[in-house]
Each structure stands twice: as structure tokens, then as C-alpha cells.
Design a protein around this ligand. Structure first.
Ligand SMILES: *Cc1c(COP(=O)(O)O)cnc(C)c1O
Length: 338
């Protein structure tokens, strides 16, 4: 049997989740008539102290809708150079919104208030108009790193001083909240809009929610339709997401523990030159030359372990709902014997 650490998106719905999907009342969500979708949107907004929510097929869509609503063509979006919105959304900022980006050199994907302040353009006709600041928490390419609330609050202050909206790509926001013992409402208070994925560590098969003020979500609903993301009887998948919010948040701590166990093992091994700090469920390590990331990934695959080469010398492992303690122990034995 393969042990799949490529991503926390590979999880399958549990029996309890399937039962919840089966039992969900549904309606036409483009008409606003799906009770399960409406319930998910309302409860996820309430959790974060936001006015409204919008259920979408993917986190790429929730981010891209947010960028589209916050910007006009020619505007600039400030984010870290590793940001998913820039690196992994197919050039969507340019294609969907006609906006450009100002990339920051953060530490493992995390940026500071000073970096953001220095990147905001003055009101000068030569310059693109700075329109949006976007953070990522946890940072995917940063190896699951996460922010302290004070650091986010300082960035929010810069946003307020300049009249700019602050968006959060919270694809793995619950991992951050569990790792840092932060509450959804204190996190929600820092941002104008938040995207949260339900199909990553939370284990739902599909979906993300976009959260924000009522008038923002009203505009976002129109853009969702424009992008082809208006779904009909989406209640079945919304029910899976609600089930995940009920049952799969606290258990993220297990995934974090598993990632740290794997990290401790890798630090001892001769074919590993460096392990990035493990804060949540993502583990990134550098392979020691003359090995390469693709060579290590191929050797692990032969032993039944799937990992992902994210750079010529970097490998990523992600722990999740379908990785058990027994699988982690087996992986540790295989690592040591490789
Ligand atoms: C996975 C991910 C997304 C959204 O991905 P989808 O596959 O489109 O749902 C957005 N941001 C980050 C940081 C991610 O890891």
C-alpha cells in the first residue's frame, strides 16, 4: 500500500462524512436555495466574526475572486514571492484581474509590516496603484510556517494607515490556528477578507469559502458566476465541509505531531542536508549532493512512499487525515534504511 505524502488534498471522505453528504438537504445554490450551502456559508462567516461567506469549488477561485473584487486593471497586489496566488494560480492575477504584483522577500513565506510599508506606492501617476495586501497562513512554500498575531496586527496597521484591504490566503488556516492556539475570531478580526480551504487538512472532497463584509460577498457572488463557479445542488459537498468543521479541526494536531516526528528522523540522515522548521503539517527538506530531489522521490516511491520534489534539491512531505501513526512509523523505518 502506498503512503501518500504528496499533499493533504489526497484524503478521501470518511464514512461519517459520506453519511452527512447523503443526508444533506439540497437546492439550487445559484438561486440561493441550497440550505446546506447557506448553512456552511453562515457558520463559517460567524466562526471568523465575518458578515458573510461564499462557497466556491476551489481555493484558487476564492483567492482569484477576492483579487478581482479588490482591484482594478493596472493595480498592484503586494505579496511574498512564494505566494500561492502568484506562483501556483496560473498567472490568474494578470489574466483574471489585469493586475500586477509587488513581490516581497519574506522569511519562509512570512512578511513583516516594514516590508509591506516600503512596498506601497506613493500617489504618483508613474506608479501602479497599490490596491491590495495579501498574506498566506500557513505558508505552503514556506514549509507550513505561520504568523504570530502581533505580526499580523502590525501589517493590518500599515493597511489601515494606507486605506488598503488586507486579504488572507488561509488555505491551511486551521493548521495555523491549532499550532499557535489562536482563535478563528481573533484571526478574522485582522483581515478584510479570508479564503479558507476545506479540501486540504480538513479532509472535505471539494471546496473553499471566501469570507468578508456583506457588500464584498455580494460582489464576489457575481464574480463567482462570471468565473463559472456557480454550482447547483452543491449541498452534498457543503455538508462534507460542515462535517469537516465539526470533526476534523482539533485532530490537525496529530498531523503536526506526525510531521515533526518525520522531521526529527530526517535531520539524522546522511542524504538530507537541511530540514526546514516544522511548525504544522508541511515538511520541506533539502537533499544532500550528489543526491537530487527527483532521485530521492523516485527511491522513496519504490518503497511505497509518495513525496513531491518542489525544487531540484527540495522535497516536500505533507501529513493529513489518511496518514496514521503506523504509517509514520513505517515511513521512519524506510527512511532509515534508504
Ligand atoms: C492549495 C492552496 C490554495 C488553493 O488551491 P486549490 O487547489 O485551488 O483549492 C491556495 N493557497 C494555498 C497556499 C494552497 O496551498
Amino acid at each position: 500500500m502506498l503512503i501518500d505524502y504528496r499533499s493533504d488534498t489526497v484524503t478521501r471522505p470518511t464514512a461519517g462524512m459520506k453519511a452527512a453528504m447523503d443526508a444533506a438537504p439540497v437546492g439550487d445554490d445559484v438561486f440561493g436555495e441550497d440550505p446546506s450551502v447557506n448553512a456552511l456559508e453562515a457558520r463559517s462567516a460567524a466562526m471568523f466574526g465575518m458578515e458573510a461567506g461564499l462557497f466556491c469549488p476551489s481555493g484558487t477561485m476564492t483567492n482569484q475572486i477576492a483579487i478581482r473584487v479588490h482591484t482594478r486593471p493596472g493595480d498592484e497586489v503586494i505579496c511574498d514571492w512564494t505566494a500561492h496566488i502568484y506562483q501556483y494560480e496560473g498567472g490568474g492575477i494578470a489574466a483574471n484581474s489585469g493586475a500586477s504584483v509587488r513581490l516581497l522577500q519574506g522569511d519562509r513565506g512570512l512578511v513583516t509590516a516594514q516590508m509591506v510599508r516600503e512596498a506601497i506606492n506613493p500617489d504618483d501617476v508613474h506608479k501602479p496603484r497599490t490596491a491590495l495586501i495579501s498574506l498566506e497562513n500557513t505558508s505552503n512554500r514556506g514549509g507550513g510556517s505561520c504568523y504570530n498575531l502581533e505580526d499580523i496586527a502590525a501589517i493590518r496597521q500599515v493597511a489601515d494607515d494606507n486605506g488598503l484591504p488586507l486579504h488572507l490566503d488561509g488555505a491551511r488556516l486551521f493548521n495555523a490556528l491549532i499550532a499557535k492556539s489562536q482563535s478563528p475570531s481573533e484571526m478574522g478580526a485582522q483581515f478584510h477578507t479570508i479564503s479558507v480551504c476545506l479540501s486540504k487538512g480538513l479532509g472535505a472532497p471539494v471546496g473553499s469559502v471566501l469570507l468578508g463584509p456583506k457588500d464584498f460577498i455580494h460582489k464576489a457572488r457575481r464574480v463567482r458566476k462570471l468565473f463559472g463557479g456557480g454550482m447547483r445542488q452543491a449541498g452534498s459537498i457543503a455538508a462534507a465541509a460542515s462535517y469537516a468543521l465539526d470533526h476534523h479541526i482539533e485532530r490537525l494536531a496529530e498531523d503536526h505531531h506526525h510531521a515533526s516526528l518525520l522531521g526529527e528522523t530526517l535531520e539524522q540522515l546522511p542524504w538530507v542536508s537541511k530540514v526546514l522548521p516544522v511548525e504544522t503539517n508541511i515538511l520541506i527538506f533539502e537533499v544532500a549532493a550528489p543526491h537530487t530531489a527527483s532521485g530521492i522521490v523516485a527511491a522513496l516511491k519504490e518503497k511505497g512512499i509518495l513525496a513531491y520534489a518542489i525544487a531540484p534539491m527540495q522535497v516536500r512531505l505533507v501529513t493529513h487525515l489518511d496518514i496514521s501513526e503506523a504509517m509514520v512509523n513505517q515511513t521512519i523505518s524506510i527512511f532509515k534504511a534508504l
